[in-house]
Design a protein around this ligand. Structure first.
Ligand code: FAD
Length: 440
């Protein structure tokens, strides 16, 4: 059964998130972008009102939202500011490996803290020399009795400068690649943890991005999220559940760019009329609208699959890839509608376009999503069509109803179909011998 109507509860959540975004985020978004700071008061408000951690399980004091509700919330936040949406959502990303792990004691300890107190948790796979290839992690976790000793550097870590806790992926042996990857919860206050300077960025400047260094950090065995060999799968399962939210960020940002462009096109006059009356502008708006709508459907489908306990990996990749690419296109065309004013910092599109550029990079680049999707299409995907060499392409009308005793023989090289009891000795088109023919 298919259904595209949101429930009354989901509509309420969407309204609640939209009100929060318009009240708390939109008025300050450009200021924090300009000064390149992350507003802790806004994060605290998001925590107090339950916008942050909306997916925290109920048994630990959270709201227990599913992914569909989460993408409704993140679209609204990103419509106001993609950078602040990223920083607010980052707790869900940081919590996801813990939620997926089987370490219930660890869940109880940290989820309860996160629900009761204003605690931030970040997610760290990337390093200065590696982002896409997670099997190439170098951050080293050495066994010491029951504990692990962590040494290495993580880079690009969203909220790394603010977070109290970190979901850190490391390796017990870089040569073991996937089989060496493990994961831990690390606390910022532990000896040996150092936070680097805030990294200056093109866009999403309201989000905090830093490097984190670990020097002989002792991790007790209780804080193991995934033992060696299980960390890589944990990271992939995490992304399959968080990529739809990145798609939702992109939908939200693109939607705002489109809405601002529509508003401007109605007001701006040229050649004695509103530019909205020109077909060239109308077509831009049509393209923007269909892209935003299509991307949202893909995001909702991926989130829905995850909520149904299906494996959302492929739908998540499609939604992240498509939404992040159209967001940049929509922002670019919106800027064209604004023309000169769009290029200035006094109008909203310039920031939206800078913010949108990141969607194609974090949580798996567009290239990585295409690797995942082509791997699926060329591998596990089950086609409905028969293999080409079995295709019964009858070009000869009389031969469609083959007389008994006769058969169709298809040349596997050039596709010629021969009718008769036997294949010909040689193909009359490509000259391949009888053995090239297959009965179809
Ligand atoms: C603002 C920001 C916030 C971030 N937040 C976090 C965070 O919170 N936690 C975290 O762990 N990481 C975070 N990241 C890191 C992000 O996930 C990585 O930047 C991303 O995965 C790409 O890695 P990379 O930059 O090292 O590029 P690389 O992996 O070095 O790739 C460089 C280029 O090569 C392409 N490429 C790589 N491998 C292949 C291949 N096999 N085939 C084809 N093309 C390929 C890539 O697509 C890319 O175009 C963040 C990054 C940014 C910029």
């Amino acid at each position: 059964m298919l259904g595209f109507r949101l429930t009354p509860e989901q509509l309420e959540i969407q309204k609640w998130a939209r009100e929060f975004a318009l009240r708390e985020i939109l008025p300050v978004a450009w200021y924090y972008d300009t000064v390149d700071e992350t507003p802790l008061p806004v994060l605290r408000k998001a925590w107090q009102e339950g916008i942050m951690n909306a997916d925290l399980p109920r048994e630990y004091g959270g709201r227990g939202c599913g992914l569909v509700e989460n993408v409704l919330i993140t679209e609204e936040l990103a419509a106001a500011c993609a950078g602040l949406a990223t920083t607010i959502f980052d707790n869900s990303l940081g919590m996801e490996p813990l939620r997926l792990s089987t370490n219930t004691e660890l869940q109880k300890k940290y989820f309860t803290e996160i629900a009761r107190n204003f605690k931030l948790i970040c997610f760290a796979t990337s390093e200065p020399t590696m982002g896409s290839d997670i099997s190439g992690i170098r951050c080293l976790a050495r066994r010491d009795g029951n504990d692990y000793i962590l040494n290495g550097t993580k880079y690009w870590i969203t909220n790394g400068g603010l977070a109290d806790y970190m979901s850190v992926f490391a390796t017990t042996d870089p040569l073991k690649k996937h089989d060496g990857i493990c994961a831990f919860i690390v606390e910022k206050g532990w000896p040996g943890v150092s936070i680097g300077r805030r990294i200056p960025k093109l866009g999403q400047r309201g989000s905090n991005t830093v490097g984190i260094q670990f020097k002989d950090v002792r991790i007790p065995k209780e804080n193991v999220l995934a033992p060696p060999g299980e960390g890589f799968v944990l990271a992939m399962k995490t992304f399959a559940r968080t990529r739809p939210a990145i798609g939702a960020f992109a939908v939200g940002a693109a939607r705002s760019a489109m809405e601002f462009a529509i508003d401007y096109a109605r007001r701006r006059q040229a050649f004695g009329t509103a530019i909205a009356n020109f077909q060239a502008i109308q077509h831009k708006i049509a393209d923007m609208y269909q892209k935003v709508e299509t991307a949202r459907l893909l995001v909702w489908k991926a989130a829905w699959e995850a909520d149904q306990d299906m494996d959302p990996t492929i739908a998540a990749s499609i939604s992240k890839l498509y939404a992040s690419e159209i967001a940049l296109e929509v922002a670019n065309e919106a800027l064209q509608v604004f023309a000169g004013y769009g290029y200035t910092k006094m109008f909203p599109i310039e920031k939206i376009q800078r913010d949108c550029r990141l969607f194609r990079i974090y949580e798996g680049t567009s290239e990585v999503q295409r690797i995942i999707l082509s791997g699926f299409a060329l591998g596990a995907y089950k086609p409905a069509m028969p293999p080409i060499e079995d295709l019964p392409i009858h070009l000869d009308r009389d031969s469609v109803n083959l007389e008994s005793g006769s058969a169709a023989w298809r040349c596997r090289i050039c596709g010629h179909v021969h009718y008769g009891g036997e294949p010909p000795d040689e193909c009359p088109y490509c000259f391949y011998p009888k053995s090239a023919f297959k009965k179809v």
